[in-house]
Design a protein around this ligand. Structure first.
Ligand SMILES: [Zn+2]
Ligand SMILES: [Zn+2]
Length: 594
C-alpha cells in the first residue's frame, strides 16, 4: 500500500485516516468522537478535486469542509512521510490485525492481545485454523467452550459478510465517483464508465460496476487493485476483478480493449432481463451478441448438417450502434428493465424528450430554519441561484407537524415578510408555499383563505402510516379533491430500506387526481425517491402532471434534484409533463392554488 517514494496521494491519505478512525473507535471512550472527525476527513480528502499536494503547498487544507487544524497536520505528515504521529501511536497500542479480528463478535481487544501474544494470530483465517486445531483452549483465560463459541462466531461473521450490503443511491454515486477519479489516473486509459444498477439509477446498489478500456486491459486491473480503500480482493482474472472497500461496498471492474467498450458497457449495465430480451431479439434477426468475445456477429444456420456460418459485423462504436443495428430506438440506461421499453423501442414509441437535469428551471419543496431546515431563506435562495435556478419554492411544514416546527399563522406571517425582504437581495424568484399535512379526514392544514394566498401548496402524509388501506384511500381522495391546486408530496411515504410504502388503492387515487386540481411529486430525497417508477407510469397513462422536487432541508440537499430526475426518467417522464421545467410565469400559473 505504501508507494516507494513514501509520499501519499489523496487516496492513500484517506485510507490512513480511515485506519485512524477505526483504531479510535476500538479504543472507545472520548476517542470515539474523534473517530467521527477522522471518518469525515477521510471522505473529504478523497473527494478533493485534483492533487492534494497542491492544496498542502498552498496551505489550503483547512478551507476544505470537514478538515480542521488537527486533521490538516496529520494529512501533511501522511503526504510527506507516508505515516503520521497519531497513526503510529495508535498502532503501538494494539496488536497487528486488530481491525480485522475485532469484527468477530464477542472477541474483545484484550482477548485479541492475549491470542496474539500466545499464538501470533493476526487474521480471522489464522484464528479459525487455531480454533479448529484445538490450540485456543490451551491459552490462559480460554477454554473448550470459548473455543467452540469462537468458531460459531466466525461462521456467523463469514455468512453475514456474504450477504452483500446494499448502498443508497447517493452513497454508491459518491463512491463510484471516487473510483472513476482514481481509474482516470491510469496510464493508457481510453474510456471508463459506471455501469450496472448505479447507471440505471436504482434506489439501492449492491455492486458498483465499472467498465474501462485500454490497449492493456490487464494493466488497468493491476492499477485498479492499488486503489487504497480496497480491503479485500474477492476475485481476480486478467480482465476483471471484484473487491470490497473499507466502507463495505462491493466493486466489480471489467477491463476491455477499446473496440469492445460499447458492448461491454451494454452487458454490464443490464438489467439481466433487458439484456436477455435484446439477445433473443437479435437472434431472431440472425444476429449474435457475443458476451465472451464482445462482438456482434451475423449467424446463418444452413439446411445442411453442421453449416453454421458466422460473419463479423463492424464493432459498435457506442451503445446506440447496438440498438440501431437491431432497427430499434436507443434505450437509455434508466429504462433498461424489460418493462415494455424494448417493445416500445421497436415500435419507435419511446418518448424522445425524456426530462433531463438541464430542463429544470426551479427548485420545488424546500425547507428553511422556519421549520426543520438547516439553512435560512437567504442561504437557500443563494444556493439555488448559484445552481442556475430561476425560482425557488419555500414550503415549510404546517402546524400539525409540530414535531417538525410546523408554522402557525403568526410565524407564517413573519416568514412571508422575511421572504419579501430577501427577495430584494436576490435575483432568483422566491415563491411562498407550504408543505401542508393531509389531516386524518383528508382536509388540509390551513383554512382555505390562507391556502389561497400561497403561490404553491404541497400536500403530504406525515403520520398514520399504518391506517388501513380503505381509510387511507378515502383520506387521500378527499385531500386530492380539495378545490385548491396541490401537489401530492412524497406520495406513499416510503423510506428506502426503513419503511415500506403505506397501503392504499393507488390506482383509484390516481384516477381522482386525473380529474382534480392536483399534480404528483417525484421526490429526489435519496431516502424517499417516491413514487416508484411503475406508479409514475400509471400516473402518466392518466395524463397527470408532475413536479420533480428536492425536499431539501439544507443547501447541500438541493443536489437531490439529480435523483428526482433519475426517478422521473425511470418512469418515462418527458419534459412537457414536468411543471418545474416551465419558465417562472407559466409555472406560477400552473401551480396557483386558486
Ligand atoms: Zn414531508
Ligand atoms: Zn418536506
Amino acid at each position: 500500500m505504501t508507494p516507494e517514494n513514501k509520499t501519499f496521494d489523496k487516496f492513500a491519505i484517506a485510507a490512513a485516516l480511515q485506519e485512524i478512525a477505526r483504531l479510535m473507535e476500538l479504543k472507545g471512550g472520548v476517542s470515539r468522537f474523534k473517530a467521527r472527525a477522522y471518518q469525515t476527513g477521510a471522505r473529504a480528502i478523497a473527494a478533493v478535486a485534483g492533487d492534494v499536494g497542491r492544496a498542502i503547498e498552498e496551505d489550503r487544507l483547512t478551507s476544505i469542509p470537514g478538515i480542521g487544524n488537527a486533521l490538516a497536520s496529520q494529512i501533511k505528515q501522511l503526504h510527506l512521510t507516508g505515516s503520521s504521529s497519531v497513526l503510529e501511536g495508535l498502532r503501538k497500542e494494539f496488536p497487528p490485525g486488530i481491525i480485522e479480528l475485532s469484527s468477530v463478535p464477542g472477541l474483545s481487544n484484550a482477548k485479541i492481545a492475549i491470542l496474539h501474544e500466545a499464538l501470533g494470530i493476526t487474521t480471522i483465517e489464522e484464528l479459525k485454523e487455531a480454533a479448529t486445531a484445538g490450540l485456543i483452549r490451551n491459552v490462559k483465560g480460554f477454554g473448550v467452550k470459548t473455543e467452540q463459541r469462537l468458531l460459531e462466531s466466525i461462521a456467523d461473521y463469514q455468512r453475514d459478510n456474504k450477504v452483500a450490503r446494499r448502498f443508497h443511491l447517493h452513497h454508491a454515486q459518491r463512491i463510484g465517483q471516487q473510483l472513476l477519479d482514481y481509474i482516470k489516473t491510469a496510464r493508457d486509459l481510453e474510456d471508463v464508465s459506471i455501469a450496472g444498477s448505479l447507471r440505471r439509477w436504482q434506489e439501492t446498489v449492491g455492486t458498483i460496476r465499472i467498465v474501462a478500456s485500454s490497449k492493456q486491459p490487464a494493466g488497468l486491473v493491476e492499477h485498479f487493485l492499488h486503489f487504497p480503500l480496497i480491503i479485500r480482493v474477492e476475485n481476480q482474472t486478467d480482465d476483471s476483478c471484484t473487491v470490497e472497500l473499507a466502507e463495505g461496498a462491493r466493486v466489480f471492474l471489467k477491463a476491455v480493449q477499446p473496440a469492445q467498450f460499447a458492448l461491454a458497457l451494454f452487458w454490464e449495465t443490464g438489467s439481466d432481463a433487458h439484456v436477455l430480451k435484446i439477445q433473443e431479439l437479435a437472434s431472431r434477426k440472425s444476429l449474435a451478441l457475443n458476451r465472451e468475445n464482445l462482438k456482434m456477429e451475423i449467424v446463418r444456420t444452413g439446411k445442411a448438417r453442421s453449416a453454421t456460418s458466422r460473419m463479423r459485423l463492424p464493432q459498435a462504436k457506442n451503445e446506440a450502434d447496438i440498438y440501431s443495428m437491431l432497427h430499434m430506438q436507443y434505450v437509455v440506461p434508466e429504462l433498461r428493465e424489460d418493462e415494455g421499453e424494448i417493445e416500445a423501442a421497436v415500435r419507435k414509441a419511446l418518448p424522445e424528450d425524456l426530462v433531463s437535469l438541464a430542463d429544470i428551471q426551479g427548485m420545488v419543496h424546500c425547507h428553511t430554519t422556519y421549520s426543520d431546515g438547516k439553512h435560512s431563506i437567504e442561504q437557500m435562495a443563494l444556493a439555488a441561484e448559484a445552481m442556475g435556478m430561476k425560482y425557488l419554492t419555500i414550503t415549510d411544514h404546517s402546524p400539525t407537524a409540530f414535531y417538525a416546527g410546523g408554522l402557525k399563522l403568526d410565524r407564517l406571517k413573519r416568514q412571508w415578510e422575511e421572504i419579501d425582504e430577501t427577495q430584494q437581495k436576490v435575483k432568483i424568484t422566491l415563491l411562498k408555499g407550504t408543505e401542508s399535512d393531509i389531516l386524518s379526514d383528508g382536509k388540509l392544514d390551513y383554512p382555505d383563505p390562507v391556502l389561497e394566498q400561497f403561490d404553491i401548496v404541497i400536500a403530504s402524509i406525515h403520520s398514520r402510516y399504518k391506517m388501513n388501506a380503505d381509510k387511507m384511500t378515502k383520506c387521500l381522495i378527499t385531500a386530492m379533491k380539495q378545490p385548491v391546486f396541490k401537489i401530492w408530496g412524497h406520495a406513499l411515504g416510503r423510506l428506502i430500506q426503513r419503511r415500506p410504502p403505506f397501503e392504499c388503492d393507488i390506482e383509484r387515487v390516481l384516477d381522482v387526481i386525473a380529474e382534480s386540481r392536483a399534480a404528483v411529486e417525484i421526490n429526489g430525497d435519496p431516502y424517499r425517491l417516491d413514487m416508484e417508477p411503475r406508479w409514475v407510469r400509471e400516473a402518466r397513462k392518466r395524463k397527470i402532471n408532475f413536479v420533480i422536487s428536492v425536499d431539501a432541508h439544507s443547501t447541500g440537499a438541493l443536489n437531490n434534484l439529480q435523483y428526482g430526475v433519475g426517478m422521473a426518467r425511470r418512469g418515462w417522464v418527458s419534459r412537457s409533463e414536468v411543471l418545474n421545467t416551465l419558465p417562472l410565469k407559466s409555472f406560477k400559473k400552473a401551480v396557483r392554488p386558486v
